[in-house]
Write a protein of this length. Sequence first.
Length: 68
Amino acid sequence: MAAGLAGGALGIVMVVRFVRELLYSVGPFDPLALGVAVTTVMTVAIMAALLPAVRASRIDPARALRAE
């Protein structure tokens, strides 16, 4: 997740000159907008990893291996 966010930050720096015209009422390096975007991505990534992990932790390992 951290590598993806770092790559995204690098991508922002690289493409800012192309998307500057598309941004209305927000700057390309607006800390609030970037913070909201990072928080949203992190929340979705954590939920995407946490929900299956919690579900898998409820299963008895011996029973799961017998089912395979």
